[in-house]
Every structure is written in structure tokens, then in C-alpha cells.
Write a protein that binds this ligand. Structure first.
Ligand code: ADP
Length: 546
């Protein structure tokens, strides 16, 4: 920045503080999302992933850079692509979609099971602009359920066996001990619903003694309100059931002797015996897990509420900022135009009324006012882009024409520094872009090229079609940029440390604006550079037929 302009002197810097405040809020929110144990994904209405937290990387195996911008369908497990359409309907009505279980594909190709909750992301006009998805990995839970089922099945194998040899009897005793000390309650129920086997954990879990359990109806372990239905389910399972978790997708409750209830997971396996079909149930008390789930859920909900409130506040601040910018732009620019106009008139004075020293002072007034004007224009542009107030009108454009106009605009400045400006190769190609904004990007890059190149050097533009994009390059033989600075130069107000005095009259905003404008038009911008040899700024735009 040029001399004499400091943050405290200029009222519009106050709004830059607001930007900081908003950034602070955004960073805080990002930290919450990042530290969540559940994957949190943002998704556009077209199904394109727009955000991706650390848990998503843990669960799906993809880094954020690999996932953002891709259609979410790349995570689908074949045959489990989802029912997005019907869910969208629900979300439009303002409802949430909670905990539906679906298979997904991990980066390694393995199948993972996730429980998804969806909520709509609303735009300021109350319409859905995207979807927030919270995904919890429940693969382990399923494996646990399968293991429980397996325990039950083994028990049956044992039951079926008519143990003849001594070795088998010893093996059987060991196995019975194993069952006795299993961390899950294990019950076997005969075809009439009477308990015929109960292990020790069943006693402690249900608080009945083994004598009280054995020979009694298993329905006494079912909460009163569910008992009638349970008897029915039990009969149906005994006649047709296969080994499986009970009440898939439901929250199951069991009843203790004192009538209190607690949440359980149950795996059932049927077995044919001489006395009809017996059913083994492996029962796990999941009170603690449910409590943790509830706590996580409550925490998540409070985060989401906080997030929404903060988002609204950030939007409000942003709107305030752009309104403020718009209202002061006129106030700042009008007197500045007057200063510049009169400075120009005075400089054109040919009489001898001005001394050499006065002329020098006048020149400073003129150039610094011009600088201030471009700084104001850049800050306004950027704040409009950031507040979402800049609307682009893309159309099919002849790149050649736009490049020619931009080159002509820069030529007087380049000539004044004896720098040649060239258009290289065939530029007769169509791009899909907003003409004013494309000119602005090219002008910024060309003027940087000319600014950071010594007399006798060269600046050039070229373009090539690459698939469905056009890559446009603005190159120069100037002072170049150290590798470690090549990303940061696209940040707001960033200028390379060693930029020589004299060419440091920029605002440090040009490239930040270019980056935003390119990205808003679906492209990317980057730089390749070698100190003292020159730089090549590349950006892409969608290709278009002319
Ligand atoms: P400025 O108004 O300072 O030019 P920009 O955002 O356009 O702001 O550029 C940021 C910084 O990047 C510049 O100050 C300069 O240090 C570096 N830079 C940009 N373009 C070039 C270039 N063609 N050659 C060397 N350095 C460059």
C-alpha cells in the first residue's frame, strides 16, 4: 500500500473488522464441525459435495480435496443408491430425515454401513439451497450383532449334538462355561415360550434368580405394554425364523423383575428339537450406549442450533457490510474524483505559475489519489463478491476479441515501460463467461505482468482447449515469485515480501478478486513461477461453441 493510508484513517476499514469478526465466527463453526465424531457433509441440490469434515475422511477414507466438488453418488454402494427424491420432498416440507441405515463404499472399496440424518440448508429466501448430512459409521454395530447371532448359533450346534465321546463331553463342559460367563445374557426358550436355558448374565441383567427364570414364560422379560405383541412375534419367528437380530431398526426394551425397563439388542436363532422349535436369544444391555448416543445427539442438536444462529448472524453482518460499503462508496469516490480532476487540470497548466517542487507535490497528490480510488474500487468489488451481491451474466464469448481488448487497454502502460505485449497462437476459441468480468481478470493479470517486469521484457497471452475447459495463460519475463508464496498471493492484501519499492503501488487485492471471479465461473486459477525468470498465471473457464 502507498504511504499515508492506514487502517485507522479510512472509515471503510471498519467493515474489514466486521469481516474479521465473521471469519472468527466461521472459524469457530468450522472447528465444531471438524471435531465432530460423525461425518458432516454439505451437498448442493444437484448432489455435489460442498463440504467435508475430518470425521468424513475417517469414515469414508477420502480427503476433503478428493471429495469436495464430486457428486455424492461416488460413495454409493451398488444397489443402495438411496431415495434422495422422496427425502427431498420431506426436507422441502421442513422435516428432518433421521437415522436411516444405508450401505456406502469406503475409498478402499470395502462396504461400510452408515446411519444418515439429513436436514435442509435454507437460503435467505426460505428455499432449500443444499442438504446437510450427518453420517455415523455403524459397521461395527452390525458386526457385533452378527457376532451375537453367531454365539447363539454355536449354542444350538452344541444342543443338537448327541455327545457320545468323552472328549466331546469335556468340550461341551468348556463351552457351557463359556456361555455361563458370556458378557451377554443368553436364554433358550422352547416352543411354548418357556425358558429352558439361562446363563448367569441373564440373572444379573433381569434380576431374577435362575430358578425364577427356568420354566417360566419369557414374556415376563418383555415390558407390559409390548407383551401381547411379543407372544405373536415369538410364534411367527419359531415357525419361519432364521438367525437374525431381533426388531431390526427398532429400539428394543426389556423388563427387569422390578418392572423397570432398559434398552437391549437381541439376536435370535431358531433350532429344531424333538420337542419342537427352540429359540436362543443373545441379549445385550445397551443402556450406556444409548445414553451416550442421546448425549451426542443432544450435543449435535445444540451445535446445529448454534450453527444456524451463527450462520444467520454471519449473514446479517455480511449484509450490513455490503450495505455500508455501497453507501460510503459514493461519499468516498465523489470527492476523490474532484481531487483527481483538479490535479490533472493543474498538471496541464503550461504557465510558469507552478515551481518544479510544487509540480512534484502535485504529481504525488495525483498518483496517490488514483491509488486510493483503485483501492476503494477493489475493496468494493471484493466485498460485493463476498456478500454474494455480484451477479455474473455468462454467455458464449470469442476469447480472441476479449483478449484483444484487454491487451489494447494495457498497451499504453506497457509501452511506457518498453515492455512488449504479445498474443500467442490461435486464440479463436469460445468460452462461457461474463465479458466484463473476464476483461477484469485479464486486465489484472496483464497489468501485474507489466508491473513486475523490467523494461525490455515481455508479457504474453495464450489459450488452449483442454477437454471441456479452456486454459488461458498470462506469462511474463518479470521478477517471478518464490515457490512458497505462489499460493498466498491469491489471499486478500497479500504482497510478496521482496516486491521492490516503486512497483509496490498495488492493493494486494487484484489476485484475490481474480480468484473469486474465476471460481464463480466454474474455473481454477494458479501460478507457475521461477524467481528472476518470470511467471505464468493460468486460469480455466468452461469451453463453449461460438
Ligand atoms: P497487487 O495490487 O499488489 O498487484 P495482486 O493481488 O494483484 O495485488 O498481487 C499480489 C502480489 O502478488 C503482488 O503484490 C506481487 O507481489 C505478486 N505478483 C502478482 N503478479 C505477479 C507477477 N506477474 N510477477 C511477480 N509477482 C507478482
Amino acid at each position: 500500500m502507498s504511504d499515508g493510508i492506514t487502517a485507522s484513517d479510512q472509515p471503510f476499514y471498519l467493515k474489514v473488522e466486521n469481516v474479521d469478526e465473521r471469519l472468527h465466527v466461521e472459524r469457530w463453526l468450522a472447528a465444531i464441525v471438524e471435531s465432530s465424531d460423525d461425518a458432516i457433509l454439505g451437498e448442493s441440490l444437484l448432489g455435489i459435495i460442498t463440504s467435508w469434515n475430518a470425521a468424513a475422511t475417517r469414515i469414508f477414507g477420502y480427503e476433503a480435496e478428493e471429495a469436495i466438488g464430486r457428486p455424492v453418488s461416488f460413495l454409493a454402494w451398488p444397489g443402495a443408491e438411496g431415495q434422495m427424491e422422496s427425502f427431498l420432498e420431506k426436507l422441502r416440507r421442513g422435516e428432518r430425515v433421521d437415522h436411516y441405515e444405508v450401505a456406502r463404499r469406503h475409498k478402499s472399496g470395502r462396504k461400510i454401513m452408515v446411519s444418515l440424518s439429513l436436514s435442509a440448508i435454507m437460503g435467505p429466501d426460505g428455499k432449500i439451497i443444499g442438504i446437510a448430512k450427518i453420517a455415523r459409521d455403524i459397521t461395527e454395530r452390525q458386526i457385533r450383532e452378527q457376532a451375537m447371532a453367531e454365539q447363539g448359533r454355536l449354542l444350538h450346534v452344541l444342543e443338537e449334538k448327541e455327545s457320545t465321546s468323552r472328549a466331546e463331553m469335556i468340550a461341551e463342559r468348556k463351552f457351557r462355561e463359556l456361555i455361563e460367563h458370556a458378557p451377554d445374557a443368553i436364554l433358550q426358550v422352547d416352543s411354548t415360550g418357556s425358558i429352558v436355558i439361562a446363563n448367569r448374565t441373564a440373572e444379573t441383567m433381569f434380576r431374577y434368580s435362575r430358578e425364577e427364570l427356568m420354566g417360566n414364560g419369557v414374556d415376563m422379560l418383555v415390558p407390559d405394554a409390548l407383551r401381547a405383541g411379543h407372544a405373536e412375534h415369538r410364534r411367527a419367528f419359531a415357525s419361519a425364523g432364521a438367525t437374525r437380530p431381533m426388531g431390526l431398526g427398532l429400539d428394543l426394551l426389556a423388563r427387569r423383575k422390578d418392572g423397570t425397563t432398559f434398552p437391549v439388542e437381541i439376536s435370535l436363532s431358531p433350532i429344531k428339537t424333538d420337542g419342537g422349535v427352540h429359540v436362543t436369544a443373545v441379549i445385550r444391555d445397551v443402556t450406556e450406549r444409548k445414553q451416550t448416543e442421546l448425549r451426542v445427539r443432544a450435543l449435535q442438536e445444540s451445535y446445529m442450533t448454534e450453527l444456524e444462529a451463527r450462520q444467520k448472524e454471519a449473514e446479517r453482518l455480511n449484509r450490513l457490510k455490503s450495505e455500508f460499503m455501497a453507501s460510503i462508496s459514493h461519499e468516498l469516490r465523489t470527492p476523490l474524483h474532484t481531487i483527481i480532476g483538479f490535479a490533472e487540470l493543474l498538471e496541464e497548466e503550461t504557465g510558469t505559475t507552478l515551481s518544479e517542487k510544487q509540480r512534484r507535490f502535485l504529481h504525488h497528490i495525483h498518483t496517490d489519489s488514483e491509488h486510493l480510488l483503485s483501492l476503494i474500487n477493489d475493496v468494493l468489488d471484493l466485498s460485493r463478491i463476498e456478500a454474494g451481491g455480484l451477479h455474473l451474466r455468462a454467455e458464449a464469448l470469442s476469447l480472441q476479441e476479449i483478449i484483444a481488448e484487454s491487451v489494447n487497454a494495457i498497451r499504453p502502460y506497457a509501452d511506457s515501460k518498453a515492455i512488449s505485449v504479445r498474443e500467442v497462437g490461435r486464440l479463436q476459441v469460445g468460452v462461457w463467461a461474463d465479458p466484463t468480468r473476464l476483461r477484469q481478470i485479464l486486465y489484472n493479470l496483464l497489468s501485474n505482468g507489466a508491473k513486475f517486469t523490467k523494461s525490455g521484457g515481455e508479457v504474453w497471452v495464450e489459450a488452449i482447449v483442454e477437454g471441456s475447459s479452456v486454459k488461458i495463460t498470462v506469462g511474463d519475463t518479470g521478477l517471478g515469485i518464490p515457490a512458497e508464496e505462489c499460493v498466498r498471493i491469491f489471499d486478500k492484501f497479500y504482497q510478496v515480501g521482496f516486491t521492490p519499492v516503486g512497483v509496490r503501488e498495488g492493493t494486494g487485492l487484484g489476485l484475490a478478486i481474480c480468484k473469486q471471479l474465476v471460481e464463480m465461473q466454474g474455473g481454477k486459477i494458479w501460478v507457475e513461477s521461477e524467481p528472476r525468470k518470470g511467471s505464468r498465471f493460468h486460469f480455466t473457464l468452461p469451453y463453449s461453441e461460438l
